[in-house]
Design a protein around this ligand. Structure first.
Ligand SMILES: [Zn+2]
Length: 326
């Protein structure tokens, strides 16, 4: 099937208590790792591209890579989504250039300006069958060009969501309930440590999610910054020349809980980066004589595939759901 927008996926995800995985793509191996897992697990998927990815790989290459995945995986629905669209022009370029969904991130703007910008994107997108994600509240952490210091983040205000959604016409809303971008989601002083000295992060603000959901019944909610930063990959990085002390993510049980509620899209990027980097570092360490990129990209791709498979089955709950999302 051709690329789809996110409408049907979110409708089914909301109704049946799961979330669609939104994975960031930057090159061929990442696109292949993700979509091979989704194909084998019969899962719908959102492949998302940030401003940084477009700058790195070039819009045309990314679209063609995703089109290749669509051709190779005709049995699963795939959305091509712009992650953190910074302005109307970028959203327009993506809509005109083959994307089926865009995010306009006006979360740093005053409320009225966020509404005006989001509404403008929605009008342009909806005329062309493209779905739009907006954002209220800001997450801490770093994702490409989006940088917010820890302490400067702000939770979504539930009292604003009805007005925002009604006036903009957005199809989904990203909210801030304590997730954060990057591999260092929480400062050590925000956490406790377990017996093994591993940091245990503070719980997500499910009270805010519940209040938002009560105000917007049936409306799809999005969580950004939702990698879990698997400690086995952090260890693999650190044991093979890396230096990522106290890298920490959102516990998977909390994401599973959110997916069963109104959260229909969960963004995961850092976990795939860690799987790729850990695998390549280990390969370099064990095979200092090798220099063929295929030899280290192949196991990196295989581990991306396995971590995505794990997310689909055990965290998102969307394995086996491709058919109902068509
Ligand atoms: Zn994000």
């Amino acid at each position: 099937m051709a690329l789809v927008n996110s409408k049907k996926m979110f409708e089914m995800a909301y109704k049946n208590g799961y979330a669609i995985g939104a994975f960031n793509v930057n090159n061929m191996e990442i696109v292949q790792g993700i979509t091979e897992a989704c194909k084998e697990e019969n899962a719908p998927v959102i492949l998302q591209v940030s401003k940084g990815a477009r700058a790195y790989a070039n819009h045309t290459y990314l679209v063609k890579l995703v089109e290749a995945a669509v051709k190779e995986c005709p049995e699963i629905p795939i959305v091509l989504h712009l992650d953190h669209g910074p302005d109307f022009e970028t959203c327009k370029a993506c809509i005109d250039g083959g994307f089926t969904s865009v995010m306009i991130d006006g979360s740093h703007l005053p409320f009225e300006e966020n509404i005006a910008l989001t509404k403008k994107v929605v009008e342009y997108a909806h005329e062309r069958g493209v779905t739009v994600e907006g954002e209220l509240g800001t997450l801490a952490g770093i994702e490409d060009d989006v940088k917010v210091e820890h302490g400067a983040e702000s939770y979504t205000k539930p009292e604003e969501v009805i007005e925002f959604v009604t006036r903009t016409g957005v199809d989904s809303l990203a909210i801030a309930i304590g997730t954060s971008h990057g591999a260092y989601k929480f400062k050590p002083e925000q956490c406790t440590r377990n017996e093994e000295g591993i940091l245990v992060p503070p719980a997500l603000r499910f009270d805010i999610l519940e209040e938002v959901s009560k105000k917007l019944p049936g409306f799809p909610i999005v969580l950004h910054g939702s990698s879990s930063v698997p400690q086995d990959y952090v260890k693999m990085v650190n044991e093979n020349g890396g230096k990522m002390p106290d890298a920490i993510g959102v516990p998977e049980e909390q994401l599973r809980k959110a997916a069963a509620l109104s959260v229909c899209k969960i963004n995961i990027d850092s976990d795939l980066r860690l799987a790729m980097t850990g695998t390549i570092r280990k390969f370099y360490n064990e095979h200092p004589d090798k220099f063929d990129p295929r030899e280290y990209l192949k196991p990196a791709r295989a581990n991306i595939k396995e971590i995505v498979r794990h997310k689909l089955k055990n965290v998102l709950g969307c394995a086996g759901k491709a058919d109902e999302c068509k």
